[in-house]
Ligand binder design. Structure first.
Ligand code: F6P
Length: 504
């Protein structure tokens, strides 16, 4: 019967209201707490939750856009002047001087909060991607009112343009000196690792199967932390440890691990081990972050994953040009392996220490020759798109990553791009926060190893975030805390869908 009764008069509708107090609470990202902006309406200027923008004085975006970026650019100009003063040929000096003038122009734009102009066609493969995004979503936007991640990435692309349109300085890296210096000053931690990992499995010779399984799990826990904290400026976890600490760590594990893991606020290391320990001869991918010491830690981790038999191939993804100060480029990759092998960066090192470092370098260079380690640099990694746009803007890359058994994303910046760098509630589950990279057909398992150095935080329970917001106001940018988060991706590994067509 219709709501209108026999006499055609509307009857009041009686709603039954259920009083349900015992159902499980809603998860952020599902049901009532779902993305405030539905995925089909998400775009680079409108992330799933509100974006951080430079004019938000409460956020690190404000500090970065207003102060850090001009300082970084100022230092880049100083570096280039230093290089200029080391030249002798007129043509290259004039050419470099023009690069410096372009950097000064960029500085003016940044300080005057200018509108974001299109990227000049310098022949790079990413120009169309940049200018499409600028035209579609950021017309009339300035450095301060565009979303923070886009504005910041745009600044690094403009910095690259200062050189890419020159004749002799196309690939000049204003941050190269700085990256090399930092590694040279990390001697203690470098040798701490090389002397242990030159021969990481020698202890297994006399161990039972059961002991081997247990030891591998413990080593994986610690190496994951080394790889994680390698993203902080120093490896304080290792450097501050006494011989006794290290011994107890190796012999018992449990207690010490609990102590060192306490600053990992969202911690899926056990789940990651459960995933990896079931893989044999797989393929793993590392989307790299910083050069020098962090890259060295990544390589130690990757080496162990190869030697353990979990992976038979590891693909490392770096940047095509200088990016966010210390990100890895091909030159940084080569520099690390070659200076470990032939350089003399550590003047006070013992012969044994140097020998262990060379042993690592020989093995790593062989991995490269044998195709066990592959270094790649897709243009997408240096664009202003978040990884939510990876399947749509770089379908070839998505297809490629979908063949991996697990993709590790290193560092804060990659985490920002995974999560669209927006104001998601801290308790948002990681797989919800990363959207399509978790939910698309064929999405691979994704791990984020991130020390927390900027505002966005996900995968951390509400009470912890609220307590830290109250008690330690700078906790989101201090690098003291971390998250190690896993999304299992498309468990069935359905064929990737590209533009409606199904991959065979
Ligand atoms: O090297 P990471 O871990 O990506 O950190 C980069 C830093 O620079 C930033 O991009 C801010 O400029 C933040 O993401 C972070 O503070």
């Amino acid at each position: 019967m219709s709501a209108t009764g026999a006499q055609g008069l509307a009857k009041p509708v009686h709603k039954t209201v259920l009083n349900l107090g015992n159902l499980p609470p809603k998860r952020a990202g599902f049901g009532g707490g779902s993305y405030p902006r539905t995925p089909s309406r998400v775009d680079p200027n409108n992330p799933p939750w509100p974006a951080y923008r430079g004019y938000h004085e409460f956020s690190f975006a404000h500090e970065t856009m207003g102060k850090r970026l001009p300082t970084i650019l100022g230092k880049a100009i100083d570096d280039t002047i230093k290089t200029l003063n080391e030249q002798s040929k007129e043509e290259s000096m004039v050419d470099l001087l023009q690069c410096i003038e372009r950097m000064q122009e960029l500085m003016k734009d940044l300080q005057a909060n200018a509108k974001l102009r299109p990227v000049v066609d310098d022949g790079e493969g990413d120009v169309a991607l940049w200018n499409k995004e600028l035209a579609k979503y950021f017309r009339g936007k300035t450095f301060m009112d565009a979303p923070w991640f886009f504005a910041e990435a745009y600044k690094y692309r403009r910095l690259h343009e200062c050189f890419s349109i020159s004749k002799h300085w196309k690939d000049y890296d204003v941050f190269f000196r700085q990256k090399c210096d930092t590694f040279s000053r990390s001697g203690t931690a470098v040798f701490e690792l090389s002397t242990r990992f030159a021969e990481p499995f020698h202890y297994e010779a006399n161990a039972s199967e059961d002991e081997k399984v247990k030891a591998r799990k413990l080593i994986f826990h610690e190496l994951t932390q080394i790889c994680l904290w390698g993203n902080a400026t120093d490896l304080s976890l290792l450097i501050n440890m006494t011989e006794e600490d290290i011994k107890s760590l190796q012999s018992t594990g449990g207690e010490h691990l609990a102590a060192t893991e306490k600053n990992i606020l969202g911690n899926h290391i056990d789940r990651i081990w459960a995933l990896l320990s079931n893989i044999k001869d797989g393929r793993l991918d590392f989307v790299l972050d910083n050069a020098g010491f962090e890259l060295y830690c990544d390589c130690v981790y990757a080496d162990w994953l190869i030697q353990s038999g979990i992976a038979k191939q590891i693909r490392f993804h770096g940047k095509r040009f200088a990016w966010f100060v210390s990100d890895v480029t091909r030159k940084d990759w080569d520099w690390l392996l070659n200076s470990m092998m032939y350089g003399s960066l550590f003047s006070t090192a013992t012969d044994d220490q140097l020998q262990s470092l060379r042993q690592l370098a020989v093995r790593w260079k062989n991995y490269e020759k044998e195709g066990k380690w592959v270094y790649e640099q897709h243009p997408f990694w240096c664009t202003g798109y978040s990884f939510w746009s990876l399947p749509s803007e770089a379908p070839d890359l998505f297809l490629h990553l979908s063949e991996s058994d697990c993709v590790f994303f290193k560092g804060d910046l990659n985490h920002r791009k995974l999560t669209y760098d927006c104001q998601a509630p801290s308790q948002t589950p990681f797989d919800i926060a990363i959207g399509p990279l978790a939910s698309e057909d064929g999405a691979p398992p994704v791990v984020s190893l991130r020390t927390v150095k900027s505002d966005v935080v996900v995968g951390v329970d509400e009470a912890t975030a609220a307590r830290l917001d109250k008690e330690e106001p700078g906790w989101r940018i201090s690098g003291k805390y971390a998250v190690v988060l896993l999304s299992e991706g498309d468990a069935e590994r359905k064929p990737v869908q590209l533009g409606g067509e199904t991959r065979p």
